[in-house]
Every structure is written in C-alpha cells, then in structure tokens.
Design a protein around this ligand. Sequence first.
Ligand code: NAD
Ligand code: UDP
Length: 332
Amino acid sequence: MRVLVTGGAGFIGSHTVVALMEAGHEPVVLDNLSNSRASVIRRVGEITGSAPEFHEMDIRDQEALTELASQGFDACVHFAALKAVGESVEQPIRYYENNVAGTISLLSVLLETGIENFVFSSSATVYGIPQSLPMTEDMPIGEATNPYGQSKIMMEQVLADVQIANPTWSVSLLRYFNPVGAHHSSLIGEDPRGIPNNLMPYVAQVAEGRLPKLRVFGGDYPTPDGTGIRDFIHVVDLAAGHVAALEGLAGKPGVHIHNLGTGRGHSVLELVSAYEGASGQPIPYEIVERRAGDVAESWADVSKARSELGWATERDLIDMCRDSWGWQSRAK
Ligand code: NAD
Ligand code: UDP
C-alpha cells in the first residue's frame, strides 16, 4: 500500500514508517517539523536501507496537501498533532487549531482526492476515569480534563460522522496506552524539547544525569505501592499495530476501534526500578503531590486487537527501558 503518513517524522510516526517499509509498503511522510527533525528521515533510511519520500508540509496547507494527495494513495495514517497536555491548557486555541481544525482540513482533502482508508492516533485518555479495569473499547467516552484530551474525543466524533456520510470509508481509531522505548538500533526514539512531561523520557534524563531527580506524582493511590499504574507499550510494538490495522481494515467499511497496549499495568516505582536495572544508573526520586487530572490506574483489554487484527505485543518493560536507555545514552 502507498500510505500518506502525517507526523511521520515524530516519535510514533517514525517507528511506524520503519514498520511499514519493513512490511513492504510505501509510506510517504508529511511533517511540518514543529516537534521533530528532518534527520529522522535519514535515520529511518539507515534502518530500512532507503529513506522514505518526505515532504516538509503542514496538514493545514490545503493547496500543497491536495497536490500531494492527488498523486494517489491507498490510505492515510494521521499522527500529526501537538501533544503536551499542560501546554494545551495554557494554549487551547493553538491546540484546537492544530489538532482539530488541522485534522478537519486534512479530511476534506482526503474526501476530495478519494483516499478512503484512515488510521487515527487516538488515546486511552478518551476513557476519562475508567469505570472498570481493564479498559475495553465499548466503555463510554469519559470527560476530558484538558484541551489535548478533548481534541482526541472531538476527532473521534468527527471521524464517526464522516464515516456515516461516506459509508465506503474505513476509519481505524487506535487508542494508545503509554508508548515508550525506542528502536533497538538507537537511531530513532523520543526526543522531547525542553523538560519532558512524560514519565519515561523524564526518568531517562535523570539516569543520564541531565535532571537531578524524578518527582513521583502521588504515593497514596489505592495501588499496591501507592503510585500510579499505567500500561506501557514499546513503540515498536505500537508501530506494528498500525501495520496490522492497515492490512486488516483497509477496504473494510466502518469505524473500527482498538486499544493498543500490552494488557498489563506497571507502577511508576516498578518502572523506576526496571530502568535502574536496564541502565545501571541510580534514579533518585521523591514522592510529591498527585498531578491534577491523573487517574490512579489504567490498562487495556487488548483481546479485540488480538482477535480482529491478529496483533499482540512482544516486548516487556525491561525491553522498553533497555531500548530507551540505548537511545538516551547515544550521542545524538
Ligand atoms: P510527536 O510530537 O513526536 O509527533 C507528532 C509529529 O507531528 C511531529 O513530528 C510534528 O512535527 C508533527 N506535526 C504536528 N503538527 C503538525 C501539522 N500541523 N502539520 C504537519 N505536521 C505536524 O508525537 P508522538 O508521540 O509521535 O504522537 C503521535 C500521535 O500519537 C499524536 O497524534 C499524539 O497525540 C498521539 N498519541 C501520542 C501518545 C504518546 O504518549 N506519545 C499517546 C496517545 C496518543
Ligand atoms: N509521572 C510521575 N512523574 C513525572 C511524570 C509522570 O510520577 O515526572 C507519573 C504520572 O503521575 C502517571 C505516570 O507517571 O502516573 C505516567 O505519566 P505520563 O505523563 O507518562 O503518561 P499519562 O498516563 O499521564 O498519559
């Protein structure tokens, strides 16, 4: 399949481009490089043997996008979005403009150019506070606690409506749990600008000695060690989930919703201890107040993805920490 990949120079996008190429597909990357670098494309080429076609372009540039999309694609995988939760609270217009208006603009180009297979990067955040665990795809959409989460809920709704109006469309909503890790080559990985917001990149910088210590948000959750529990998923497994979704769902009309996680939860302190083991570095930490908007526990029921997409994760928390550390400790 020839696949238009928006945000394909980013963390999850770049790993998915590798997975698509390794599966024999032809990804074409579009990215405005607002949170990534062009060198990622070259590195993807080092991994796969040839760099993918790349266009530095914004999804909101309708004219340029229409010209590109008219070249003929079988599908679009849409990663491009801004993703910093705290920043979305401070700059809601920027987030809705980029993530919601940007996606709507992209969709109108796809409608015009007849690209009918669409894969969307959604998030477990759409469930809000889980009613029960593990989280299943038929659980109701919850309340977003920030504009970033709200933008994912809004886009799921828009996509469902677009599919109703265009019944031949196949829309895949992939609800990611907590993507972490890096490619085992250490050539691509997560490269946050400034101080990381997410746990694993923060821990990685503490291990490297760039940050003095981790602040663990909350030690009084009703969990075995009192810290929050998340379903961390290796980004290479997550990337494979996109290939499975494309291969399994392209040409199958409807809205298809799948959780992408491991189905297992690990606490913040379990991750810290695994990272110390993988890196051989101490991770000093202190337990501080809970972070507003965090849920105590989150992990996925992955049986739907397993049975419908034939996909399951292969990598565990140790692999995630080892590959994150390989990437982090490599001179970039
Ligand atoms: P990322 O920032 O590394 O990648 C996003 C890419 O999109 C970047 O390369 C950025 O330059 C590009 N981009 C942003 N706005 C654009 C625009 N208007 N036009 C063109 N390119 C644009 O983030 P990521 O972690 O790879 O996330 C990819 C997707 O997955 C996002 O939609 C994100 O919301 C979603 N997601 C991420 C996580 C996570 O924890 N990383 C969890 C759930 C969902
Ligand atoms: N967390 C933490 N310290 C940090 C960053 C995150 O203790 O500096 C905790 C956070 O409270 C949550 C877990 O790590 O319990 C995962 O947070 P992250 O931001 O990585 O992902 P989220 O699940 O919030 O999307």
